[in-house]
Every structure is written in C-alpha cells, then in structure tokens.
Write a protein that binds this ligand. Structure first.
Ligand code: FES
Length: 83
C-alpha cells in the first residue's frame, strides 16, 4: 500500500500477521515502493526490481543502499506509522 504522510511517501507491507513500513521512494530512481510487491521477505521496487529486506530496509540488490524503516503497528484496527 502506498500512502503519503505530511508529504512523506511511505510504503506499507503486510506479510502474514506482520506489518512493515518503509520509505516509499526507491533510492535508485524514486520508484514507487508502495506499488511494488513482496518476494521472499523482501520488498521489490516495481520499476527496476531492486529488493529491500522488510525487516531492516537494507537493499539486497546494490550494496550500501537502503530504505528507512518506520515503526508501525495496528491500534484498534488502524495502522499507525511513527514518522
Ligand atoms: S527506481 Fe526502484 S529499482 Fe529503479
């Protein structure tokens, strides 16, 4: 899911019972991470398929690249993201 919070693009992913929130702009060419998908525990950018660990935001395609990971949780059925 792609959301914008105070002008900040955030990508929210659900894997099983776990939620993850990563920066929504891919560091490669600002691809929309929130329009991507999950493969093997990694968020995949829809533009050129760079991959990022959901648990850390670390890029597994290009060493040294990463996405900021935000703390998020469900409260009373709503997703809260600490930005
Ligand atoms: S913009 Fe994300 S991989 Fe190129």
């Amino acid at each position: 899911m792609a959301v914008e919070l105070d002008g900040l693009r955030v990508a929210i992913y659900r894997q099983g019972d776990n939620l993850f929130a990563l920066n929504g702009r891919c560091p490669h060419a600002n691809g929309p991470m929130g329009l991507g998908w999950i493969e093997e525990g990694e968020a995949v950018c829809p533009l050129h398929r760079w991959r990022f660990k959901l648990t850390t935001g670390r890029c597994t395609t290009v060493r040294g690249e990463s996405l900021h990971r935000f703390t998020c949780e469900v409260r009373d059925g709503e997703v809260w993201v600490a930005v």
